[in-house]
Design a protein around this ligand. Sequence first.
Ligand code: PEP
Ligand code: MG
Length: 855
Amino acid sequence: MLHPHTKGAAVQNNPHTTLVTPTAPIAAETHGGRAKCLQRLVRLDLPVPRTVALSFQAVDRIGQGHLPDVEKVVAEFPEGALMCVRPSSQDPDWGGPGAVMNIGINTAKYESFCDTMGEDAASALYTRFVQSYAVHVARLDPDIFDDVSGDPRSALGQSLHAYEAEMEEPFPQDRAAQLSAVLLSMSRAWHGTSARLLRQAKGAPADAGLGLVVQQMAFGVGHGTSGTGVLQLVSSDTGLPQVTGRYKSQSQGRDGLEEKTAMYLTRDPRGPSLQDIEPEVFETLIGHAQLMRTKLRAEMQVEFVLEDGTLHILDGVRVARSSQAAVHIAVALADDGIIPREEALMRVEPRTLSELLHRQVAPGAKRDVIGSGIAASPGAATGRIVFNAADAQASASRNEPCILVRRETSPEDIRGMQAAHAVLTERGGITSHAAVIGRGMGLPCVVGASNLRFNLKRRTITSADGRVFNAGDEITIDGTSGEVLVGAPAMREAALDDTFKRFMIWAEEVADIGIRANADTPADAQTAHHFRAEGIGLCRTEHMFFEPGRMTVMREMIFANTGEDRRAVLERLLPMQRNDFKQLFRIMEGKPVSIRLFDPPLHEFLPTDKAGQRELADALDLPLSAVTRRIEELSEYNPMLGMRGVRLGVTVPEIYEMQARAIFEATVEVSRDGAPVVPEVMIPLVSTRREVELVKTAVDAVAAAVSSETDTDFDFHLGVMVETPRAALRAAEIAPYCSFLSFGTNDLTQMTYGLSRDDAGRFMSAYVQRGVFAEDPFHVMDTDGVGELVKLGATRGRMAQPGVTLSVCGEHGGNPESIAFCREVGFDYVSCSPFRVPVARLAAAQLAIKDKLGL
Ligand code: PEP
Ligand code: MG
């Protein structure tokens, strides 16, 4: 009998070597996920072959040479039965050594199998064991079997001969001796260095244990209807109901299921199916799979064997799933009342959501990788290489997808980025211009691709293996993996369906930290609104000045000599800005919109090459020398630490005055015909109290003027971006002027480390690889150093101004680990690129659920 799970249990209820019975002391934490799952299947009374589970501790001791009483284990199985050993790690995703089947076969047994199941099947079975024992247990080179050929019996003879010649001893014949050797080799394989590194990469702790299960073999070979198969009730691709799997008659293990001769499960015009040949077995299997789904509370793949028409369930494993399938499966389980919604939320890894929001390279597609860099903005796109923004725009006008390749991007490239399908840069890190803008636009982006050689003069990029790519060549940017691929691999489309939306609403109901979006344009705001962001946490207004028609006005302003002249030029920008803000306010329908006053150094608006400078001289009717002189005057050794942010606000106050007026006039207009708008005005790069005082006085004056001119009362909030270490340290004297403090952790990280956010990409991977940084600190917040400043600023700010709203609007706002930190510190919200809103929200929901459940 293959399935009795209680009788004659010599090892039953020994915590380390136990027969799998309904009541045996088995847990995933001590015996691994597979052992626990098998126990559940036994409890469901499914036809599971008799199984003994070995605990982590038992397997650990085996590795040290202390075998359990193997005779006793063997005695659990009927006289002459064969066994299979499979790994059982705590989390099945951590893997483990491959299964070894047919343990216990020897020459005498083989002869009797020839009578009962036929010579060919018996020979195949014995050969399989000899070869796998030789390779996995005796650690012989697999190529000693390369020349094995001929009919099954002769192949067996050759395999035995090859083994014996190599080992200079006969093939072991004793069941217990064979099993002992297999257990020892599997334990040692688990403790090997490469296996450890591999599972650690999948998130396993360094001391993760391995359990093993010894199971009686059910034969998928022999007389009658015999074979092996797998079945699941949903598609791994979409997660939608669809009986999926394969069955192969006269086969053992999963290998045969990949072959063309494997059968479909359900009726199929392409060939015979299990449903045709064994309709009753098929129905029973479906019933078992449904029972497993309900009782194991998960979508499972059933591994089964038919032995002369009798069904055996060998195992159940979690269905492999794409991110789209993960969401569908979790939602369906909750909808069917099998798991609560909160558990459904815990079942999806937040990071994988971003795969769902963008087109991706299809999982099985062929990837010809020519280079890689930092995966700066997820999604994938194919297009022809262009080397500048103008060519990108020309491509777009011809409807030809293109990839913008730059050494690094600057605000001048915005139009080109908008026209391109993806961006690749040689330099830059996770918070460089290309990365930030790419994420905001949902544009796939790889930055800091230093293993590709960029020759912008010759318009080529060269891969490490010497392949040269020219403008016009087709490449694919995979911003999810950070890879650059040749040509156009197959893609999988984004999948934002109703199920996804419902799942995100569940997350929203649970999350207890607000999620806003960083949005600079109406398109960004639409995306933010679509993902149900609770507002805009950062609108970087400078991007608006790069719109066509505005750049020249901006440049005129830069060349104006007096405050009055500047004001006159800014008058022309005022209606444009007012219109920008009106659009944002309307899209956000009364939700808060935090507008950051002008931040970048002015020279970013000036042309860098001679041709551009000549053009500008023409446009402004100035001598070229006046243009170049002004550019020289504005150039700085270290512009990111120079005349930017509030420093411009203080020294060239007209820009902030114009922006404040545009914000308030837009507020009045939009509030008239829609939900009342309460804008938030944010001052960047503050480092002293006095800066805030000066800007606040100016902004208050503009507010009062607009209010009286329009005869309308309105509210607004003034806040400060805490992005210099000094602002964090002096938060107590800054906060009293503010209704909110928003931590700009990009600049704060740059300044705390003294590490350029635009240049760090060059050595970041070396630093992470060598353990200097645990992670790229521009990507995952450094909670020790930068975090200490954030905490300090938050505490001091709150002490001085109770009720001040606290938030993070740097790129860390979309990173799950950093969100955990912000939540712990008691922040009100985080703000991240619109496409990261769902990721951030699910991460926030999971943190709240974990807290509630005490996990
Ligand atoms: C920051 O510095 O964190 C920030 C949000 O501003 P920016 O990235 O525009 O400098
Ligand atoms: Mg900043």
